[in-house]
Ligand binder design. Sequence first.
Ligand code: ZN
Length: 192
Amino acid sequence: MDNNIIEEIVRTAHHIYDKEMILGKAGNISILDDNREHMYITASGTDFKSLVHEDVIKVNIEDLSYESVDNRVPSMETNLHIGIYRKRSDVKSVVHVHSPYATAFAFSNKKLRQLEGFGEITGEYIAEVDYYPPGSKKLAKHASDALKNEDSVLLKDHGVITIGKNIDEATLLCEYIEGIAKTQYITHVLNL
Ligand SMILES: [Zn+2]
């Protein structure tokens, strides 16, 4: 076990909770280790506010084997995280949340426009992935395909995923997406 990685995940989970980017227990974050053989991911049904070291599970990304404390199991989106790592050799962290404003856009028929301020996103709008059930292999496939060329996507009727070279980068991008969604929501209201 890499205690530094676990500590980064614990710290980030608390930060995401403090920033009100997580609703209930619906979210998961991971970090890939340096030799890209194991992923550290939050356990299924974890409360980010009170997340502790034991809530982070080390998963072998080849055979999905893991060891855990008190029968914890890895996040239901484990296949999604692994799919992204397999397709993006430059990525070492994945953040998935249902943050309120970005997720509102994912549920609406309005696209989320890219704003100035973050160079990693290309195109006029944040990319969207069609709806597939949470935790499904189809969601893992289609979302990881979409992230081959993007660092962030909205999952229709579900939430948002951001990725990065490290967890701070992925988290900052997640905050950026939530921020531009909030700005655009307020703009829509003012224009009514
Ligand atoms: Zn989700």
